[in-house]
Design a protein around this ligand. Structure first.
Ligand code: KG4
Ligand code: ZN
Length: 343
């Protein structure tokens, strides 16, 4: 009997059906990328309204693709934190409706812990605990000491922009589309990462596992339009744009890799699990794999479909259901983040 997982933390409406043996029978993701593209960022109110329209069709499709009926669902898992409050509430309301009508258990799970659990889904026992966890997405860039699937101790993270947010803003500065990560990655292929000297803030601070990307974004901004230049200066094109994209991407990746290296040293862990949309970045994957080779550590990255937001990673709900948890119908959302996560 399978679990239905529901995920509406930000701008993806997602549902998945996962067996107790962690086999993903179906995973459906309705992206709102097109809806938010013209605003170059997620508009919370638009996101919640789109979730309302899509949540039931997405759940129905996940159930149908799994080859089961609604009545065969054994439990419901729902991402209840962190995220946009309106978006989270839509997923929770749908989850509660199903749990109430079918009289089955409902458990809330942490979206960030789920991003790292995607590694467990993809790599099984090779993802051993404790390990270092890196979640890099549009809303988060955080390093954890992961004790077990449900216990994440925060080691450090960005003190300003998230890595994905930095990619998105840099893409706007360079006149590229949204979401910015894939656009910058594509443009960077034709560029030279050594063409510009961009800052790597906090990289040489060996006492802190924190990161910062807003100064890097400003540095890029000034390269494109120096102080005093007219406000309507057009964004660069061709080789000039490719060089800036490559230098920017390299700076973000260098900053992240340096802190993962430090986290491995401080925790003595031999495994790194990576999650979040930015983990789709090829340079980041390759650079972390190189780091792992140098440090004798296994670096585990899920396939692309499990990096960006999805509900298959809601398989983490089984970790709670298996110990008998049931949050019941008083379950509520917790939009903010906590320093130590206990799901
Ligand atoms: O995890 P995710 O799908 O949603 C959030 O929870 O934020 O991550 C989306 C973020 C966006 O900021 C996007 O620009 C970034 O991940 N991203 C990438 C790449 N693909 C997506 N960043 C760098 N390189 C990529 N290939
Ligand atoms: Zn996410």
């Amino acid at each position: 009997m399978p679990l239905l997982a529901i995920e509406t933390t930000c701008d993806e409406t997602a549902a998945a059906v996962v067996t107790r043996g962690r086999e993903v029978l179906s995973s459906v993701v309705a992206s709102q990328e097109q809806l938010h593209a013209r605003w170059r960022g997620v508009v919370p109110e638009l996101a919640s309204r789109a979730h309302v329209e899509r949540i039931i069709p997405v759940i129905d499709e996940a159930v149908a693709r799994a080859g089961i009926t609604r009545g065969e669902i054994e439990a419901v898992g729902v991402a209840v934190r962190p995220g946009l409050v309106g978006s989270l509430l839509v997923g929770l309301a749908a989850a509660k409706g199903i749990a109430a009508t079918l009289r089955i258990p409902i458990v809330g799970y942490d979206h960030i812990a789920a991003h790292l659990y995607a590694c467990r889904l993809a790599h099984g026992e090779a993802m051993s605990y404790p390990c270092v966890g890196l979640v890099a997405s549009g809303g988060h860039t955080t390093l954890f000491h992961v004790r077990d699937p449900l216990t994440l101790e925060r080691l450090g993270g960005t003190i300003d922009d998230a890595a994905g947010e930095a990619f998105d803003k840099a893409a706007t500065i360079l006149g590229l589309g949204y979401p910015g990560g894939p656009e910058i990655e594509r443009a960077a292929r034709a560029g030279d990462p050594r063409s510009h000297r961009l800052p790597r803030p906090l990289r040489s601070d060996h006492d802190r596992l924190d990161l910062s990307f807003s100064g890097l974004k400003t540095a890029l901004r000034y390269l494109v339009r120096p102080p005093g230049a007219p406000a309507d200066t057009p964004p660069p094109e061709g080789r000039a744009r490719a060089d800036l994209a490559a230098a920017f991407q390299q700076a973000v990746v260098d900053s992240i890799v340096a802190k993962v290296d430090l986290a491995l040293e401080k925790t003595s862990c031999r495994t790194v699990a990576v999650g979040g949309g930015v983990a789709a970045n090829t340079l980041l994957r390759e650079s972390l794999t190189d780091l792992g080779r140098r440090r004798g550590a296994a670096v585990l990255v899920p396939p692309l479909s499990l990096c960006t937001d999805n509900a298959a990673m809601g398989a983490i709900a089984w970790e709670r259901l298996e110990r008998g948890d049931d949050d019941g119908l008083t379950l509520d959302v917790r939009p903010g983040t906590d320093r130590t996560r206990r799901a």
